[in-house]
Design a protein around this ligand. Sequence first.
Ligand code: SAM
Ligand code: SF4
Length: 324
Amino acid sequence: MAIDRFGRNIHYLRISLTDHCNLRCIYCMPEDQIFRPKAELMQDDEILQLTRLFASLGFDKIRLTGGEPTVRANVVEIVRGIAATPGIRSISMTTNGLMLARLAAPLKEAGLQRVNVSIDTLDPQKFQRLTRWGKLEQVWDGILAAEAAGLTPVKLNAVVVKGYNEEDVIDLAALTLQRPWQMRFIEMMPFAGPTDIQTGQIITAAQIQAQIESEFGPLEASGSYDGEARIFRIRGGQGELGFISSVTVPFCAACTRARLTAEGVLRMCLLREKEIDLLTPLRAGASLEELRQLILDAVWNKPWGHGLEDGYIPLNRAMNQIGG
Ligand code: SAM
Ligand code: SF4
């Protein structure tokens, strides 16, 4: 078991498969973002070696992310390898959904259990403006393919940005009236890249909830969390709503996560710059024991929480270079 100095059991690893992406969402990266050469990224066998190492330390939950994980070559075989790793009991993916119409069934067959699909609006024009060129229809087809393949319960993520999609939260929330989906609204967080948008155009989870309640009446609180999301329901709805208020109401005390970037660097807090390189020692022939110790030390020193309230913004990476 990997325990930090505050007694938190860190057992959830988010692995970024690539920093590359087939979209350029305005709140994630600049349009001219430069991606890393593939040779600098973890190779397939390195991802599986590191997964086995984390699993041997008690990590049992994996989420694949990016960049866009589905643009990674061999993504299906990587999923298969991770799913077959002893000790891994949960494997999910966060994706923009563009490739899911083709990949949902093979990913499910390889062992993927669930997906979170990002969809910030149901308006095709606004979707294009937010993603710079994305086609909403393709994402929608991807969501339906994920549901048909049994990658369920389907969870949808929306980042809400002032001037772009704040009114759209009502249509998104309405999806849960007829469908057993979980629609999650995320407060925008600040990183390198589009920092001005991220700090200047944030809509808080409380504002999003108020807007949804102005249309549907008071939401029913479940009183529970799903990961970092506080869970609610529209009265009579089939699905759920989740609010992720990382900026205004952090959930750091309950955080059990670590992140492995696509180039094999361990980041113990999404919103802190400190990182521990694992790929360089792995490639230099470090022993399993040495690598295990690097991870255990990093876990022990996991920061208590982020410092956004004190004006601290992590600027060493854009969001796509970390893995959300
Ligand atoms: N490309 C995939 C996707 O978009 O779902 C996975 C990677 S993306 C970085 C993971 C999640 O982070 C997505 O739900 C995305 O909307 C969210 N995200 C990106 N930039 C963000 C920001 N500045 N603040 C909060 N969430 C953000
Ligand atoms: Fe790509 Fe996801 Fe970032 Fe959008 S949020 S640019 S889909 S990595």
